[in-house]
Design a protein around this ligand. Structure first.
Ligand code: PLP
Length: 394
C-alpha cells in the first residue's frame, strides 16, 4: 500500500509548547550541547532518542527521516547529501573485497560507473544483468554475490522489469536486494511489497520537487540491516543540512498532487508523440506497446501511477545532429539533467554506449531523447514539441 497525502501531512510531530503551525521548525547544528559529561558519554549514536552531533541528526532531519520511512512503507531511514551518495552508502556498507554485486544493465549510469571505478579498485567485482529476464539474473548469481540492485523502470530506456520475480530469485539465494525507487517516489508502488530489502530514493527529484535540493534516502524495515547501513553512514560522514531538510519537508505535502499532475501531463504528451511519423517509438511504461508495460501493470496496477518521465526514439533517418537541433529548438523544455522539478527538461542520449555488450542488444538505430515533464500547461508543452519537431527537417 502506498501512503496517502494525509499520511504525510497529518504525520506525528510534537511542536514546541505554545506554538503550532503547518510547517515544523528548522533546527541547525554542528555542535549539540550536553548537560554534563555523563550525558555526553551515555549518548548512543545508534538510537534516535537524543542528539550527539549535527552530522548524526537534528530534530529536523529526524522528522524528515520518519516521513520518508512512511512514504516508502519502511521503518528506518538514513538521509544523504545526494541520491548517488545513497547508492554509495548501500554499496559500501554491504560489500567487501571478494564480493560481487549485480546491477541491471539499464540502471542509473553513475551506479554502473561506481562499480567499474571505486568498487573494482577495492576488489569488488560486478556483473550487469538483463532486468527483463529473471533467468539471466539467476544464471549470473555466484558464490560471491552479496548484493543485487533493482531499478524500475530502467533509467533512460524506461523498460519496466518483473520486480517481484527478480526479488524472488535473490530471496531464494539469501541475497540482499536494494531498489532504486526514485521513479516510483514511494507512490507508484511499495518497494518492500515487491520484495526489496532496501529502498533508495533520490529525494532530489519528486520529494524535493523544486530542482534546487540534492538529497538521498536509504530506507529499510529490518533493524539489523539498518544498523549496518547506519554504521557506514556515520563513519563516512554523510549528513544533510537543516535548510535542505526543511525544503524537502515543505515540498512533501504537495508530492501526491505534483506526481499525479506530472504523470497525467506526461501520458498525454507521450500518447500524442506516439502518433508522430518522426518517431520510431515512445518509451513510457504505462503505454501499451512499451517494453515492460505488462510488468508495470502487474506492479503498479491497471490504473496505476507513473512518473512524468519518458523517452522518444527518432526514426533512424534523422541524424544525431538533427536530433540535437530538435533539443536546441525547444523553448519550454530546458536542456538539463534530473527530473521531478517544475521545469520540463530534455536530454539526448547515446544508448549503445551505455549498454554492456555481454547483456542485451539495444534494438533501435535512431537517437533517444529523454523528456522530463514539469508543471507547465500541457498545451504549451505540446506546442513547444511541435515547433521543435519542425527543426528536424528545417
Ligand atoms: C534513478 C536515479 N537514481 C539516482 C539518482 C541520483 O540522484 P542525485 O542526482 O541526487 O545524486 C538519479 C539522478 O538523476 C536518478 O535518475
Amino acid at each position: 500500500m502506498s501512503p496517502s497525502s494525509t499520511d504525510l501531512i497529518a504525520h506525528p510531530y510534537t511542536p514546541p509548547p505554545g506554538f503550532e503551525a503547518p510547517q515544523p521548525g528548522v533546527h541547525k547544528a554542528s555542535t549539540v550541547f550536553f548537560k554534563n559529561v555523563a550525558a555526553l558519554r551515555a549518548r548512543d549514536w545508534k538510537h534516535r532518542h537524543g542528539y550527539t552531533y549535527g552530522l548524526l541528526g537534528t530534530p529536523t532531519t529526524f522528522l524528515l527521516e520518519e516521513r520518508i520511512a512512511t512514504l516508502e512503507g519502511g521503518r528506518h531511514c538514513l538521509l544523504l547529501p545526494s541520491g548517488l551518495a545513497a547508492l554509495a552508502n548501500v554499496s559500501l556498507a554491504l560489500l567487501s573485497t571478494g564480493d560481487e554485486v549485480l546491477i541491471p544493465d539499464n540502471a542509473y549510469g553513475p551506479l554502473k560507473a561506481m562499480a567499474e571505478g571505486e568498487l573494482a579498485q577495492w576488489g569488488i567485482t560486478h556483473q550487469f544483468y538483463n532486468p527483463q529476464d529473471p533467468a539471466d539474473l539467476q544464471r549470473r548469481i555466484g558464490p560471491g554475490t552479496r548484493l543485487v540492485w533493482l531499478e524500475a523502470p530502467g533509467s533512460v530506456t524506461m523498460e519496466f522489469p518483473p520486480l517481484p520475480q527478480l526479488a524472488a530469485v535473490c530471496r531464494a539465494r539469501g541475497i540482499t536486494t536494494a531498489l532504486d525507487n526514485t521513479w516510483g517516489a514511494g507512490l507508484a508502488f511499495n518497494g518492500f511489497e515487491q520484495g526489496a530489502d532496501i529502498v533508495v530514493q533520490a529525494l532530489t527529484k519528486y520529494p524535493s520537487g523544486g530542482g534546487d535540493v540534492l538529497m538521498g534516502s536509504v530506507v529499510t524495515r529490518e533493524e539489523a540491516l539498518h544498523l549496518k547501513l547506519a554504521l557506514c553512514h556515520m563513519r563516512l560522514g554523510w549528513g544533510v543540512g537543516g535548510n535542505d531538510a526543511e525544503a524537502v519537508l515543505r515540498s512533501l505535502p504537495s508530492l501526491h498532487l505534483r506526481y499525479r499532475a506530472q504523470d497525467a501531463a506526461a501520458r498525454e504528451l507521450a500518447r500524442w508523440l506516439a502518433a508522430r511519423a518522426e518517431l520510431a517509438q515512445v518509451l513510457h511504461p504505462a503505454l501499451d506497446g512499451s517494453p515492460g508495460h505488462a510488468h508495470w501493470r502487474a506492479v503498479c496496477g491497471e490504473r496505476g501511477l507513473a512518473a512524468g518521465l519518458f523517452s522518444i526514439v527518432f526514426q533512424p533517418r534523422y541524424s544525431p545532429e538533427q536530433v540535437d537541433a530538435f533539443c536546441d529548438a525547444l523553448r519550454l523544455f530546458r536542456i538539463g539533467h534530473s527530473w521531478g522539478g517544475p521545469t520540463s527538461l530534455v536530454v539526448p542520449y547515446k544508448v549503445p554506449a551505455m549498454r554492456s555488450a555481454a547483456v542485451a542488444v539495444w534494438p533501435h538505430a535512431g537517437t533517444l531523447v529523454r523528456l522530463s515533464v514539469g508543471l507547465e500547461e500541457v498545451a504549451d508543452l505540446r506546442a513547444d514539441l511541435e515547433q521543435a519537431l519542425g527543426a528536424l527537417t528545417g
